[in-house]
Design a protein around this ligand. Structure first.
Ligand code: PLP
Length: 413
């Protein structure tokens, strides 16, 4: 096979890999080749150690204890809110709501912002959304009698901007759109999407689950009203996520989950509610996870988001060329601007068979509908195999995937 030229990474990938204990593990004597980073990412030692330190030396109830330990824990927790705000250039840390993940962030908007919508109001999503950014809007449509409109996707996996323009109108109240598709990899032109939504006075929610971990995000530049993302896809623990919301928009929204911590006063008759973000953070928060998220953001900031993006784009380019050389392999999603995700259909075998066979060599990729069945229907496939890269991946791991696909072809021929 012709040797494909590779760009040197802008950091020492081997040294970075040593920061991630999971990447040094083996199964049946075979090293882990982890190419399922769109599903979830591994944690660097710095994140694991930070959580252990918090749990073993600093743990106390946040936002409750007025004793010194509790106050210190609360300060650390609130400090992460400031870190998140800086990470996405939100300006004001009161615009950062901690949730359990992107799914809950989107549901929060659907239930709270959605409460004000009326029958006939229109919500726009796209044909490439994750179920987390589809089902909440279907539920809202059914409950309120809203109209759900869907932006078509072109054959190359780009969003149809003409299609989008046609859907916008005076009844459009919200556009809920992914910044990067978890199946196609397509990166959507959010700034333009927001600008067009503004022309009809609509708000915009951006699903950043697949973009925030992989590119520099600036919510002020994008001018979106909401941005949702998950901690576990950005090297932080499970169970923590973020909803960014413009303060005036958050302030105008009613509570979603109710209970402790989200109130000002409660009598037996009624309650008054705290200002955001507290209004949307009912109950005891996932403090250790939030602390872990802070450490994860420090870690990626240390590497530099631009450098992360540059290496991942080189992996994408290399992976696209290598996989295109595999007989009977069709890449689904060929947009000019993509996150480092390659979904494909292999003529020889169903994705479930592909992943089972290559798993024998401890190569981990995902096979299935990726919680995005509408985009599977769009491309007329029941499922795809998906390789998704992180800054800790190496070109050799893509070679290992390609070699394993050759084995699959031999088996199913
Ligand atoms: N949106 C996109 C584009 C995703 O890829 C995912 C998860 O894969 C989600 C939303 C939901 O994220 P979570 O399951 O962490 O809430």
């Amino acid at each position: 096979m012709e040797k494909i030229k590779t760009n040197p990474a802008p950091f020492d990938v081997d040294a970075v890999r040593r920061d991630f204990p999971m990447l040094a593990t083996e199964l049946d004597g075979k090293p882990l080749v982890y190419l399922d980073n769109a599903a979830t990412t591994h944690k660097p030692r710095a994140v694991i150690d930070r959580i252990v330190k918090f749990e073993s030396e600093q743990y106390a109830p946040v936002r409750r204890g007025s004793y010194r330990l509790g106050e210190a824990a609360t300060e650390m927790f609130e400090d992460v809110r400031k870190k998140v705000a800086a990470f996405i250039n939100a300006g004001d840390h009161r615009q950062i709501v901690f949730t359990s993940g992107a799914t809950q962030s989107i549901n929060l908007v659907a239930h709270s912002f959605g409460k004000r919508l009326l029958a006939g109001d229109e919500i726009i999503i796209s044909n490439m959304e994750h179920h987390a950014n589809t089902v909440p809007w279907q539920m809202l449509r059914d409950e309120k009698g809203c109209v759900l409109r869907v932006i078509p996707v072109n054959d190359d996996g780009t969003l149809s901007m003409e299609g989008y323009a046609k859907l916008l109108g005076p009844k459009t109240k919200l556009v809920a759109i992914t910044q990067a598709s978890n199946v196609l990899g397509t990166v959507n032109p959010i700034k333009e999407i927001v600008k067009m939504a503004r022309s009809v006075g609509a708000k915009v929610l951006v699903d950043g689950a697949q973009s925030v971990p992989h590119m520099r995000i600036d919510v002020r530049e994008m001018d979106c009203d909401f941005l949702a993302f998950s901690g576990h896809k950005i090297y932080a623990p499970n169970g923590v996520g973020v909803l960014f919301g413009k303060y005036d928009v958050l302030e105008s929204m009613p509570p979603y989950v109710t209970g402790g911590d989200m109130i000002n006063t409660v009598t037996l008759e009624r309650a008054t509610f705290a200002k955001p973000p507290g209004r949307f953070e009912a109950g005891t928060p996932a403090a250790s996870q939030v602390i872990g998220l802070g450490a994860a953001l420090e870690y990626v900031n240390g590497l530099g988001m631009e450098k992360i993006a540059a290496h991942e784009q080189s992996l994408l380019e290399y992976g696209t060329r290598v996989l295109s050389g595999v007989k009977g392999l069709r890449i689904i999603g060929n947009a000019p601007h993509k996150a480092a995700i390659i979904s494909f259909w292999l003529e020889a075998a169903h994705p479930h068979d592909v992943i089972t066979i290559i798993d024998q060599d401890n190569v981990a990729v995902r096979g299935g509908h990726h919680c995005a069945q509408p985009v599977m229907d769009r491309f007329k496939v029941p499922a795809t195999t998906r390789a998704s890269f992180s800054f800790y991946n190496k070109y050799e791991e893509i070679d290992a995937l390609a070699e394993n696909l050759q084995k699959v072809i031999k088996v199913f021929g």
